[in-house]
Design a protein around this ligand. Structure first.
Ligand SMILES: [Mn+2]
Length: 397
């Protein structure tokens, strides 16, 4: 592949970062607070804008409706804050798992109050999406059961189906609904949308603007994610990704920190669909879904984004003419070598050149660390906590 062609593919490769990735989050065992963590939506958007300024490829920010918007606050004001920070609001994520009423699920719950609460919240979310100019409604459900016999599996499926169809009908024509799946957690017996097949059926039945969202951390050990991606692409049902990595279960580890070759193979399927089958891959939403308990959040985000660019660039470099030839000759060793040669190519100098040509620093992480942003927000946010009565340091006691 010519360098200019690679650079133009990199220009189109945009990654959305999540507002929740800039805030203090943790595990159910402990939450280790950081002085630079964002608290308000304004701070989260400032941090996301900083990541975009150094990487040049993160122009949108996914938001969590319950955590980022308040009732009575004009959502368009939030869109303006984003714009002042050089970013836009991306996917709208309703929160259908946090309120007490969701003890037995949201729309799949037998509790009609939970269903009604979920309907109100998603309809509010669609209004917020319209107000901020977002085209993505991203749905993940914690719905499921914890014990055999707790509830009827098919009745729950039908409740979910009815809700998704109603929300699909409530969306404007240019909005896409993303349906995410996860095999387990927090439901540990059965999850109502447990795998890509269930998400596919729900999305297909909801309507033409519903697609499947693949969270790279939401699979069983050793599951072939790139095959799922290839199938969804061929069925024109791939809506997008939540990037993260995992070793055992859904751990929110940094993309590629455990298995970068798996990330490369996913991008390889996407490039193959584009180059061999002329698939339209321009609408795939690449989003990060990670919240770091231990790593500095902005640094972790920059590391994630540059890793995604590296794996994507490697996948672009696969010699697909050679691969097609090797496949037609049934030369398995040559075929696999096409993938290995691309994967083991050091693309970092190419990415550094791409950045320089776009007036970006060749190494975003080094440049960010030298820029003093972390020191400044640590001071400012500490002062804000003290002013709000938290008292210096007490918030971190
Ligand atoms: Mn996710």
């Amino acid at each position: 592949m010519e360098k200019d062609q690679l650079f133009s593919l990199l220009d189109d490769f945009k990654i959305e970062t999540p507002s929740w990735g800039y805030a203090d989050t943790g595990t159910r065992f402990g939450k280790f607070l950081q002085p630079t963590a964002a608290v308000t939506i304004d701070q989260k958007l400032a941090d996301a804008g900083t990541v975009h300024r150094y990487t040049g490829c993160c122009p949108t920010v996914a938001v969590h409706v319950l955590w980022d918007f308040s009732m009575g606050v004009d959502a368009t004001a939030t869109a303006q804050v984003a714009s002042r920070n050089g970013v836009r609001i991306g996917a709208i994520n309703p929160n259908l798992f946090q309120d007490q009423v969701y003890k037995f699920g949201s729309v799949a719950s037998p509790d009609e109050r939970a269903q009604a609460h979920a309907h109100r919240h998603v309809n509010d979310s669609i209004h917020i999406a319209k107000a901020v100019g977002s085209k993505l409604l991203s749905l993940w459900f914690a719905d499921g059961t914890n014990y055999p016999g707790q509830d009827d599996i098919v009745t729950r499926k039908q409740r979910m189906h009815g809700a998704l169809r109603q929300w699909h009908d409530a969306m404007p024509d240019d909005m896409t609904m993303l349906v995410e799946y996860k095999p387990f957690e927090p439901a540990f017996y059965h999850t109502d949308i447990a795998d890509w097949g269930m998400a596919y059926i729900f999305a297909r039945e909801a309507g033409p603007n519903a697609k499947v969202l693949v969270d790279s951390g939401h699979h069983y050990q050793s599951q072939n994610i790139e095959q799922i991606v290839a199938w969804l692409l061929d069925e024109q049902m791939l809506g997008g990704f939540h990037f993260n990595d995992r070793k055992y279960a859904d751990d929110d580890l940094t993309l590629g920190s455990i298995d970068p070759y798996a990330v490369f193979r996913i991008f390889h399927e996407i490039r193959t669909a584009a180059e061999w089958r002329n698939s339209d891959v321009s609408q795939i939403a690449y989003m990060v879904d990670q919240s770091h308990n231990l790593k500095p959040k902005i640094e972790a985000m920059i590391q994630t984004v540059t890793t995604a660019q590296e794996m994507f660039a490697k996948a672009c470099l696969v010699d697909r003419d050679k691969l097609r030839d090797a496949q037609s000759r049934m030369d398995i060793v040559d075929a696999e070598s096409c993938l290995r040669d691309a994967f083991f190519t050091d693309v970092r100098p190419l990415l550094a050149e791409w950045r320089k040509r776009r007036n970006l620093d060749p190494d975003p992480l080094v440049a960010y660390r030298a820029g003093g942003y972390a020191q400044r927000i640590a001071r400012e946010r500490e002062a804000a906590r003290a002013a709000s009565g938290g008292g210096s340091g007490s918030a971190y006691a």
